[in-house]
Design a protein around this ligand. Structure first.
Ligand code: JHZ
Ligand code: SAH
Length: 395
């Protein structure tokens, strides 16, 4: 029997965060085939074609965690919880980006790892101890030598971006103290399948983790999950609290519950993924039909939040600059550039949606609550949003 099955083909795609400058839009873009697979033995879901970390995360990386209040609040809440429950003396963050999490801790107790030097510069300026490098064995040894062991490691939306998980967890074991806690937070495969958010698949998301798959890997490194929190962040994420097997922290019921939920849904079965891929095709057809309908009625359509996720949707559904006039985004490094593959101009968000706009495609659907609150005026005046999850609709 074949161990790995390809269950989803999302077509030819550019690198999700590779926004184009005006002078680049006439050039032929490099594309790759985005195929998603399920490993029937390890239960891991991953993308087939991967790129080196250097190609994806370098000194031109545009993403900034601080662009949403939702994330800032979530990081603050977690930091308070960590201080209360674990009282760490030294913490390490892998993928610290612009310091949205780290800034909740004192400078002398925290270390940040962020390979994109243009982003790492921000936390360095804030006088945080940050290192512009990729997480790995050599770096872990260096940290151990300079700072000794740490008792808490946090990594959000980063471990799923690193292909070599063996290297990741071996390096973590080098610096984590014996009773230390590792907290990993990443999009939940269960929620992805439930909400039909196929846009969680793009080149940076090498894996979309389930508890079932993660548990399989962690045990190889004598690590185990002792608590799981289900979050609404990024359309449904899991926060895994992990310990060394030798530590006697109690394994909480949330772990058993997650296992039950995932098994009941069928995250261990090939059939579940094949059914999901059928729903994705339906979702594509419905989304295209919605855009066509709006265009036929001469509606002015724009995008809101030029996300990595929306790169997958737009390229898969073939929605380009003849359908969406422009995108609004608060990220400086995305503004005045063009969306990868579909070449839609990204404009600076100036605090409101213009009056002549009829329909807004919500690229940042994961921040729907935050954005709807901000855009009350547009909604009151009859403005509509197109959203693709759980199924494409106009709201
Ligand atoms: P957001 C990135 O994904 C890439 P993306 C990465 N692979 C990952 O896993 C997650 O982040 C963590 C804008 N915005 O967070 C800001 C507004 O304009 O969904 C961002 O460009 N106005 C590392 O790109 C984008 O939307 C607003 O009011 O899918 C949101 O991007 C808000 C709230 C956001 O991540
Ligand atoms: N933790 C933040 C940022 C997520 S973006 C949040 O949840 O909002 C992912 C970050 O991981 C990027 O800033 C990227 O540069 C970083 N990253 C990617 N590969 C990495 C690696 N091998 N080691 C450490 N950080 C990495």
């Amino acid at each position: 029997m074949k161990r790995k099955i390809n269950f989803l083909d999302l077509g030819n795609q550019p690198l999700a965060n590779y926004y184009l400058k005006k002078k680049q839009i006439k050039n032929k873009e490099k594309k790759y085939r985005l195929v998603v697979c399920f490993d029937t033995t390890t239960k891991m879901v991953s993308i087939k074609k991967t790129f080196s970390s250097k190609m994806m995360f370098n000194n031109k990386y545009p993403y900034r965690s601080s662009m949403s209040r939702t994330m800032q609040k979530s990081f603050k809440y977690l930091s308070d919880d960590i201080k209360r429950k674990f009282k760490p003396k030294k913490i390490l963050e892998i993928g610290s980006n612009d310091g949205s999490f780290l800034k909740n801790f004192s400078k002398n107790m925290s270390i940040g790892i962020e390979p994109c030097s243009n982003v790492e510069k921000i936390t360095k300026k804030m006088k945080f101890n940050t290192i512009a490098d990729y997480w790995g064995i050599d770096l872990a040894k260096k940290i151990l030598k300079k700072f000794d062991k740490v008792d808490l490691i946090y990594s959000a939306n980063t471990i799923s971006h690193i292909k070599n998980l063996d290297n990741v967890f071996r390096s973590i074991n080098i610096v984590l103290s014996n009773d230390g806690v590792l907290i990993i937070e990443d999009p939940s495969l269960l929620e992805c399948l439930k909400r039909n958010t196929y846009d969680q698949f793009y080149n940076e998301h090498i894996y979309v983790f389930s508890y079932l798959a993660l548990e399989n890997i962690l045990k190889k490194y004598n690590l185990e999950i002792f608590r799981i929190e289900n979050l609404d962040i990024h359309g449904g994420s899991n926060r895994y609290f992990i310990k060394k097997m030798t530590s006697n922290r109690k394994i909480e019921n949330s772990v058993k519950n997650q296992k039950k939920k995932e098994t009941k849904f069928g995250l261990n079965k090939k059939k579940t993924f094949i059914e999901f891929s059928k729903r994705v095709k339906e979702s594509k057809n419905r989304l295209i039909a919605l855009f066509k309908k709006c265009k036929k009625q001469n509606k002015k359509i724009i995008g809101y939040g030029a996300t990595a996720k929306s790169t997958t949707i737009l390229n898969y559904c073939n929605i380009s600059n003849s359908i969406i006039d422009y995108f609004l985004d608060t990220t400086k490094d995305k503004q005045n550039k063009y969306t990868p593959g579909t070449k839609i101009k990204i404009m600076k968000y100036k605090g409101f949606i213009k009056k002549d706009v009829d329909v807004v495609f919500l690229g940042a659907w994961n921040f729907k609550k935050e954005i709807f609150k901000k855009e009350k005026k547009f909604i009151k005046s009859g403005g509509k949003f197109i959203i693709h999850t759980p199924y494409p609709k106009i709201i």
